[in-house]
Design a protein around this ligand. Structure first.
Ligand SMILES: [Zn+2]
Length: 220
C-alpha cells in the first residue's frame, strides 16, 4: 500500500475502543497511538513534554490541550507512523481536532476515517463498573461478562485479590461520561458534516464489532 491512512477511534469510555484498537493496529499494520500510553511513557522517561504535563498534574490541574497535542505531534513524526496512525483517545476536544488537522496537513496527510463506537450510557456503566483488575499482572476481568474461574483469583498469575480500579467505580465512570458528553461529543457533528464519520454499534459482541469495523473501512 502506498497511501497513508490516519484513522480516529472515537467513543465514550467503556465502548471497547482499546480492545479493537489492538486488533485493528495489528491487522492494518498501523501504530496504535493511545494518549493514555503516551502520557505514561512521557512521564516515565521524563521528556520535556512529560515534565510539562507533570507540572500541571502536580498542581492538581488538567493538562492543557497544547501539551497533549505536542505529545501526539512528536509521536506522529516517528518512523513507524510514516504510513499512518490509529488514534485512540485523541482528539478528545474540538481544539485538539483542529490541532490534529494542522499536524497531518504539515505531513501532507488528512484524517481518512473516524470510527465512532456508539453505545448507551447504561451499557457503558455496566461494562466499566464491573471491571476487576489483577494487582499482580494487570489482567482484566469482568464480574458478569468475563469472571475469573475462581472468584477473586486471577486466572493468569494466581494472585488472590482482584479489585476495582479507582477510576472504574460507578461514581468515577459517571464523571468520565459527563466529561465525554460535554467535551468530546461535539466532535460527532464536526465529523458528520465532513463526511468522515462511520457509526459502529458498539453494543454488539467483540467479534461482531470487529467485523463492522472492517466493513466500515472497506467502504471508506
Ligand atoms: Zn494476575
Amino acid at each position: 500500500m502506498t497511501s497513508t491512512q490516519d484513522i480516529i477511534l472515537l467513543g465514550p469510555p467503556g465502548a471497547g475502543k482499546g480492545t479493537q484498537a489492538f486488533r485493528l493496529a495489528t491487522r492494518l499494520g498501523l501504530p496504535h497511538i493511545s494518549t493514555g500510553d503516551l502520557f505514561r511513557q512521557n512521564l516515565r522517561e521524563q521528556t520535556p513534554v512529560g515534565l510539562m504535563a507533570k507540572g500541571f498534574m502536580d498542581r492538581g490541574l488538567l493538562v492543557p490541550d497544547e501539551v497533549v497535542c505536542e505529545m501526539v505531534r512528536e509521536r506522529l513524526e516517528l518512523d513507524d507512523a510514516s504510513s499512518g496512525s490509529l488514534l485512540d483517545g485523541f482528539p478528545r476536544t474540538i481544539p485538539q481536532a483542529e490541532a490534529l488537522e494542522g499536524m497531518l496537513r504539515r505531513l501532507g496527510r488528512r484524517v481518512d476515517c473516524v470510527l465512532f463506537f456508539d453505545a448507551q450510557d447504561a451499557t457503558l456503566v455496566e461494562r466499566i463498573a464491573g471491571r476487576l483488575t489483577c494487582s499482580g499482572c494487570s489482567a482484566a476481568f469482568h464480574a458478569r461478562f468475563a469472571p475469573p474461574k475462581v472468584a477473586g483469583v486471577c486466572d493468569h498469575c494466581g494472585k488472590a485479590g482482584l479489585a476495582v480500579r479507582s477510576d472504574d467505580t460507578e461514581a468515577a465512570v459517571s464523571a468520565r461520561l459527563v466529561e465525554y458528553r460535554t467535551k468530546t461529543e461535539p466532535l460527532l457533528s464536526r465529523y458528520t458534516k465532513s463526511g468522515q464519520l462511520r457509526v459502529i454499534n458498539a453494543e454488539q459482541p467483540i467479534a461482531t464489532v470487529e467485523n463492522s469495523l472492517a466493513l466500515a473501512l472497506e467502504s471508506n
